[in-house]
Design a protein around this ligand. Structure first.
Ligand SMILES: [Zn+2]
Length: 240
């Protein structure tokens, strides 16, 4: 007889399979990221449907088949209705799910990633910076925590003037060092980073959500944050 495994999980993505099946990516509390097949789940009568859809949190039960794990039971814990009703929130939930799927490979229990994910989904009501908050904390958990306090090159404490971010080196470089290396041949790509964005990144990694949720972030800073996040994500994905 097959062993039935039970755990909690966030349904991150789903794709249709065959006539009535769906293949889900679920981030589970006890087994990390899993691919699980929902057999006949697209049929109206399926009992699994309520607790197995994108962005919901459910108690799940599955068995390990030859090729796939197969869902045998679901109990919905939170459907995050408010996410589905709001375009910005669903976009944020999608970005979080997507980046987690890309950056976390193995089927391995990881309590820190689980609690970061639970915490982030719980904050989706207020999500201007949430995707980035999740992303930078995930970088940190995966061993890519950037240096945000000292210049990577001279080691001096960063002053809030012209600063640059290097994805390759994982941190910030001061203007004096950038001027100096310009004379030499430097292959490292540097992107200008707004000093306020450095502060926001620090708040992310300090998990200072009370302050972050009240921050008013201007357009320029938002663009700068998005550029840095994208660039660092590409670097991490290439080197992972
Ligand atoms: Zn420096």
């Amino acid at each position: 007889m097959a062993i039935h495994y039970r755990t909690k999980g966030f349904f991150l993505t789903e794709v249709a399979r065959g006539e009535s099946d769906k293949l889900f990516v679920v981030y589970t509390k006890d087994f990390g990221k899993l691919k699980i097949l929902g057999k006949a789940i697209r049929k109206i009568k399926s009992k699994l449907r309520a607790g197995a859809r994108e962005f919901c949190l459910s108690e799940i039960e599955f068995i390990q088949g030859k090729t796939y794990k197969t869902l045998t039971d679901t109990v919905l814990i939170d459907s995050f209705q408010s996410i589905r009703k709001d375009l910005t929130k669903s976009k944020t939930a999608f970005q979080i799910s997507d980046v987690l799927d890309k950056l976390v490979k193995g089927e391995e229990k990881d309590e820190k990633i689980w609690s970061l994910l639970s915490e982030t989904f719980g904050k989706l009501s207020d999500c201007q910076l949430l995707y980035h908050y999740f992303l930078w904390n995930l970088f940190s958990l995966l061993g890519y925590q950037p240096e945000l306090y000292k210049c990577l090159s001279c080691g001096k404490e960063l002053k809030p003037f012209q600063l640059y971010f290097s994805s390759e080196e994982g941190g910030v470089v001061c203007n004096i060092c950038v001027q100096e290396t310009k004379k030499e041949d430097s292959s490292a790509q540097l992107i200008e980073i707004k000093p306020d964005v450095v502060k926001i990144l620090r708040l992310f990694l300090q998990k200072d959500w009370p302050v972050l949720s009240k921050l008013k972030v201007g357009e320029e800073d938002k663009e700068s944050l998005e550029t840095i996040s994208e660039d660092y994500l590409s670097f991490v994905l290439e080197n992972f």
